[in-house]
Design a protein around this ligand. Structure first.
Ligand code: CO
Length: 173
């Protein structure tokens, strides 16, 4: 397994629309394994393939157990996701490994029902609410070329642009 480089904003790769996965083969398994290693190394709870430069509809989510401990037991691998139901709304603070060190509140659906495939091509249907629902929506947005900062309202977006410039300057030092 390998820790891969994460593509960060404003790299245009992140705007690509990812294509469906067609083969549930060794190559996909290696990608998913490397993505998990990368996500853990960067202390993330979710990662989409496009964030490591691969424009395929694959993503992983691992919110951990009650103590926040992440493991293969709590990992969800999601291939070719499709939302069947959206309901309600909720606001939560989100962050993204492609927009490091910036966190802000985003409005999302409260509950979702998602159909997806696992690494072996087996179909699953899952109901999600709370943080898991947010994670599904955030990660699936990546597959469609969207980042959470695009969902901020005008004032917050301005605040983001300002803070992002400061963060970039800080990183260059
Ligand atoms: Co993200």
């Amino acid at each position: 397994m390998a820790v891969l480089d994460i593509v960060t904003y404003p790299n245009k790769i992140l705007k690509q629309i990812s294509k469906p996965v067609e083969r549930f083969d060794e190559e996909l398994h290696k990608l998913l394994d490397d993505m998990y290693e990368t996500m853990l190394a960067k202390n993330g709870v979710g990662l989409a393939a496009i964030q490591v430069g691969i424009p395929r509809r694959a993503l992983i989510i691992d919110l951990g157990d009650e103590d926040g401990k992440q493991s293969k037991e709590t990992l969800i691998e999601v291939i070719n996701p499709e939302f069947l139901v959206w309901e309600g709304s909720q606001k939560d603070t989100e962050g993204c490994l492609s927009v490091p060190e910036y966190f802000d509140e985003v409005e999302r659906y409260e509950k979702v029902k998602v159909k997806f495939f696992d690494r072996f091509g087996k179909e699953h249907i899952m109901d999600a609410d709370g943080l898991l629902s947010v994670a599904f929506q955030h990660e699936t947005d990546h597959l469609d070329g969207h980042l959470f900062i695009e969902r901020l309202d005008y004032i917050k977006r301005k605040k983001f642009e300002k803070e992002w410039k400061k963060l970039l300057k800080k990183r260059k030092k």
